[in-house]
Design a protein around this ligand. Structure first.
Ligand code: ADP
Ligand code: G6P
Length: 447
């Protein structure tokens, strides 16, 4: 069996990673083994010109540092101030600076230089996410002939958002050098085809193949999953239940997200406010626990969303809190996964309300963590990739505060039978399409 070489920007070297990519890829590599290459998270004025290998089974990890200039241009700049907002339907938050695009190209070229000496001809190279779109082109120009696939963890923009990029032509050129392009949802594949049709040259070939700008590639949908069996066990053995009850004395509604503007956290706070305004009988009966670790705080839009969220939580608490009850509790840090698993299990409602999201693993973790005899209810945004396969959740439009507040009320009052029926259908999907299924299906297609 040929070796799997995964390359991503983020490489988990510490504890408690938050972010779907590292959680999913760590789960996938644990079963297949292989090498995972990524950014160490460290900046250095003069980074080593070779990869640094880290010990630790069951897979090898190798990292590189970035100069402060490259970190700013490639990571904070083009990746997270251009591609991220555009892919999440927020081109209004985009900041275009030509030197940042230059830095993005430069870092991808450097990663190719660092990687090439370690590659074998029969490796399967699996490039992850939007930070590394140019990597296949860079590897090919250095003579690499191995199979190279890409998986995009975030949404692919439709033509009108795509056209706001400074370089849509170049984007399609980068993509055309991959043997396989993987997307989270049907929505993303059709956006890719439609954007390419309007902004590049694309012709369909047989069996998911395309001729993109004169190069043959294939594209497909591979919805990512979680390590469901392990997460079920984790939740079953979590010890937080009594502690949680004594802390609140009320039912819990939980949200777990990086504090990102794409996650719709203010929207769910406003809906909770409306719920409390319209349902005085629910006061002191339900508390909202929002766990939102900081992310990309050097980017202005992330500082703004933090301020907005904290302000809103403070205002709602000021409006409704009693001496016995704090309606919203806001935890702004990462937690160990087993604690998260226990909190999900304790919660009556899981709130997953992104305005745009590749998949959203929290939706799947919440379902896996439930007690099957008394499960909680998942409220899920129709704009999460997960909504395509998790139809038994309460599917909502997060922009509609009334609809969301109504779904919260409906979830609180849902009968145990109805909760069990919905949960059992959801759990079946999360078990069948788990992380092992995802990586096996993708890698089969790449082979
Ligand atoms: P994204 O990839 O955009 O962050 P996902 O929902 O797909 O969104 O993945 C988020 C992952 O990060 C999940 O596995 C979730 O459990 C984890 N995570 C989110 N918040 C925390 C937190 N406070 N502590 C630990 N892990 C977290
Ligand atoms: C999303 C992206 C990942 C990223 C993660 C955390 O899941 O798809 O590529 O790693 O967010 O963001 P960060 O910027 O901290 O790596």
């Amino acid at each position: 069996m040929s070796r799997l070489v995964a390359v991503s920007n983020r490489l988990p070297l510490g504890d408690n990673p938050s972010g779907g990519l590292v959680v999913a890829l760590a789960d996938a590599l644990r079963s297949s083994g292989g090498l995972w290459v990524g950014f160490s998270g460290e900046q250095a004025e003069e980074p080593a010109d070779r990869l640094v290998f880290h010990d630790g089974a069951p897979f090898e990890r190798a990292s590189f540092d970035l100069t402060p200039t490259d970190y700013e241009a490639y990571y904070l700049g083009y990746s997270n101030s251009v591609l991220w907002p555009v892919c999440h339907g927020r081109p209004d938050l985009m900041h275009i600076h030509p030197e940042e695009l230059e830095g993005y190209r430069r870092v991808n070229a450097r990663i190719a230089d660092l990687l090439v000496p370690h590659l074998r001809p029969d490796d399967r190279i699996w490039v992850q996410d939007y930070h590394l779109f140019p990597l296949a082109a860079e590897l090919r120009s250095r003579g690499v002939t191995a199979r190279i696939g890409h998986f995009l963890h975030i949404p692919f923009p439709g033509p009108s958002d795509m056209a706001t990029l400074p370089n849509p032509d170049e984007m399609f050129d980068w993509l055309s050098h991959y043997d396989l392009l993987g997307f989270q949802a049907e929505r993303d594949l059709s956006n890719f085809v439609e954007s390419a049709r309007q902004l590049a040259r694309i012709e369909p070939l047989a069996e998911g193949g395309y001729c993109l700008n004169g190069q043959e590639t294939r594209a497909g949908v591979f919805p990512i999953g979680i390590d469901t069996a392990a997460f079920i066990e984790e939740a079953r053995h979590a010890q937080v239940e009594d502690r949680m009850r004594s802390l609140t004395g009320s039912e819990i509604m939980i949200g777990v997200d990086r504090l990102d503007y794409s996650k719709g956290i203010p929207h769910r706070f406003r809906a909770f406010q409306l719920l409390l305004e319209n349902n005085p009988d629910l006061h002191e009966c339900i508390s909202f626990l929002q766990i939102a670790p900081p992310t990309r705080e050097e980017v202005e839009a992330y500082r703004d969303i933090r301020e907005e969220t904290e302000h809103l939580a403070g205002r709602i608490n000021g409006q409704f809190a009693t001496v016995n009850w704090t309606p919203i509790r806001f935890i702004h840090r990462p937690l160990p996964r087993k604690v998260l698993a226990g909190l999900y299990r304790q919660a009556r409602i899981g709130l997953v309300t992104p305005l745009a999201d590749g998949m959203n693993l929290v939706a799947k973790e919440f379902v896996a963590a439930q007690d099957v005899s008394d499960p909680g209810v998942l409220i899920l945004s129709r704009f999460a990739g997960a909504a395509e396969t998790m139809e038994d959740a309460l599917i909502i439009n997060p922009h509609d505060t009334w609809e969301l507040a109504e779904a919260m009320a409906c979830a609180i009052r849902m009968t145990p039978n109805e909760r069990r029926r919905r949960h059992s259908a959801l759990l079946q999907g999360v078990i069948e399409n788990d992380i092992g299924w995802w990586s096996a299906t993708y890698l089969d297609a790449l082979n």
